[in-house]
Design a protein around this ligand. Structure first.
Ligand code: HEM
Length: 518
């Protein structure tokens, strides 16, 4: 197989001879122009990296599991390395010191994103928090979200929503004695209901809960898969308009399905406002708040309807898939380590008791549960390469030049498994976090599952609450075992969100003293 056919196969392109000839000609022109531009600039001291092929660079050898592939390269080339991804330079950083240089010392320079074509399509032209460039618009969006929806005081005020959804799922599981439960799916549905009811106060019930949730989950999964797929258009911007792999077309097919729901909810909210029927809308609804902010005049950076939809997309896609996959990994690790399960359930029985149900007020009294969350996010940080950063100007990291516009991957997954930092890094051992100094603030670059600096996750408080409350309730309410003859498989699958390759299916047995508690 030639490198070109190998490359085409890697990118799932069916190509006739004439397509290949056209591509070759285009590549040659781009390559020539690029080399000329480079030679004019002189040769900057770039980080080391594997030798690439002319035109396509290292694209032919990319492995779909980018986090493990990058970790392997770092063992050969060191903690900062480069990959030539067609016309785009990729920089991979895999050590705490260099992550600190990028995310702390050069925080503002790297607080930008290199927006993939599909992400631009998904996020209404990149008008959301995650893909906006660093600047007043991003600051306004983040402030609106963090202050209003994701702050501790708002989260406290909507505990009833979380409680209702968690009690619903527990009752549902209890109603299916001995049946296998798809843990990720049920967690996703519950979180989706929490997030959407915070957004617009509507929550799917009964049959609708199952069908709407399953449909949403598929679409969110399709979306994150498209976001993670290597796209020729990003590596050869001159070819973007041809959308050779059809990824943007696929994303364009997905977005309207979300958009219709957003439109429906916005219209509903506006008609409630028009009728002055405040009683029909909870004053806590985030959408209602956003629509009010949109109408505010005399603001320097106005919030538009496009921003609102992009924010809803961030919350529905970013808030659900991350949290549910993180919980699924933790659940699987706990099941795979019976001693950890025993300690977690002992702690719950001591603090909550078998004659009561878990409330969020119990959570701060459960240090072992907190340690489980930290350990699980160490081994399986669900955004293993963060969201790639992009320097707004050329700067030096670890003594090497990182050019303006490079796509910078911070391999937090590799740092979290580095044996020079962590003892027996592959072991799931929550004890290592008991009484430890590690938190989620991103101030220690040995442990930063939510990122660090200006672009740190905007939803940490919400993620922490949902994760701990769900896991505590699941472990307290039931004993869990795998279906007969099945083995636990913790293999990961890379997407922009890390998932379990084979979804966790487990059988619950009630363990509380009284059926009324379900
Ligand atoms: C366990 C769950 C979660 C984990 C591990 C996680 C982790 C992360 C990480 C690593 C980033 C990228 C940081 C960077 O690029 O440097 C991020 C960004 C983000 N997260 Fe989360 N996240 C989780 C849940 C949530 C939730 C529940 C929400 C909101 C409802 C949320 C909203 C966001 C947003 C809006 C961004 C973009 C921030 C920006 O670019 O300024 N996340 N998250």
């Amino acid at each position: 197989m030639t490198p070109l056919t190998n490359f085409l196969e890697n990118f799932h392109i069916d190509a006739s001879a004439s397509t290949i000839a056209t591509l070759l000609a285009l590549f040659a022109i781009i390559w020539y122009a690029w080399r000329r531009a480079e030679s004019k600039k002189g040769s900057p001291s770039l980080p080391p990296g594997p030798r690439g092929l002319p035109l396509i660079g290292n694209l032919a050898s990319l492995d779909p599991d980018l986090h493990t592939y990058f970790a392997g390269l770092a063992r050969t080339y060191g903690p900062i390395l480069k990959l030539q991804l067609g016309h785009k330079l990729g920089i991979i950083v895999s050590s705490p010191n260099l992550a600190r240089e990028v995310l702390k010392d050069h925080d503002i320079t790297f607080a930008n994103r290199d927006v993939p074509d599909v992400a631009r399509t998904a996020a209404y032209g990149g008008s959301d928090i995650a893909w906006s460039p660093y600047g007043p618009e991003w600051r306004m969006l983040r402030k609106v979200c963090v202050l209003k929806m994701l702050s501790n005081s708002t989260l406290d005020s909507v505990y009833e929503l979380r409680r209702r959804e968690v009690r619903n799922i527990i009752a549902y599981i209890y109603s299916k004695p001995g049946s296998p439960i798809n843990v990720g799916e049920q967690t996703f549905l519950t979180i989706l209901n929490v997030v959407t009811s915070m957004l617009w106060g509507e929550t799917a019930q009964g049959e609708e809960r199952g069908s709407l949730g399953a449909e949403f989950r598929r679409r969110v999964a399709d979306m994150t898969e498209l976001l993670a797929a290597p796209n020729i258009s990003d590596f050869f911007p001159a070819l973007a308009r041809f959308d050779l792999q059809g990824l943007v077309k696929k994303m364009r097919g997905l977005v309207p399905k979300f958009d219709q729901i957003f439109d429906r909810m916005i219209e509903k909210q506006l008609s409630i406002d028009a009728l002055g029927d405040r009683a029909g809308a909870s004053s806590k609804d985030f959408l209602q708040f956003l629509l009010k902010v949109k109408d505010e005049e005399d603001v320097k950076t106005p919030l538009t309807m496009t921003h609102i939809k992009a924010l809803l997309m961030d919350m529905v896609v970013g808030g659900t898939d991350t949290s549910s996959n993180a919980i699924e990994f933790a659940f699987a690790e706990v099941m795979n380590n019976p001693e950890v399960m025993r300690k977690a359930q002992d702690e719950l029985d001591r603090v909550v008791g078998k004659d009561s149900i878990v409330e969020e007020a119990h959570i701060h009294k459960l240090p072992y549960l907190h340690a489980i969350m930290k350990e699980s996010l160490r081994l399986h940080p669900v955004l293993p390469l963060l969201i790639p950063h992009c320097p707004s100007e050329t700067c030096t990291v670890g003594g090497f030049s990182v050019p303006k516009g490079a796509r910078v991957f911070i391999n937090v997954w590799a740092v979290h498994r580095d044996p020079s930092i962590w003892e027996n890094p592959l072991e799931f051992k929550p004890e290592r976090f008991l009484n430890s100094k590690f938190d989620y603030s991103g101030s220690d670059f040995n442990y930063f599952p939510f990122g660090s600096g200006r672009r740190i996750c905007a939803g940490i408080a919400m993620a922490e609450r949902m994760f701990l409350y769900f896991l505590a309730t699941f472990l307290h309410s039931f004993d869990w075992k795998l279906p007969e003859g099945q083995k636990m498989d913790l293999t990961e699958k890379f997407g922009i969100v890390l998932k379990m390759k084979n979804p966790l299916v487990a059988i619950p047995t009630p363990r509380l003293s009284n059926p009324a508690l379900y």
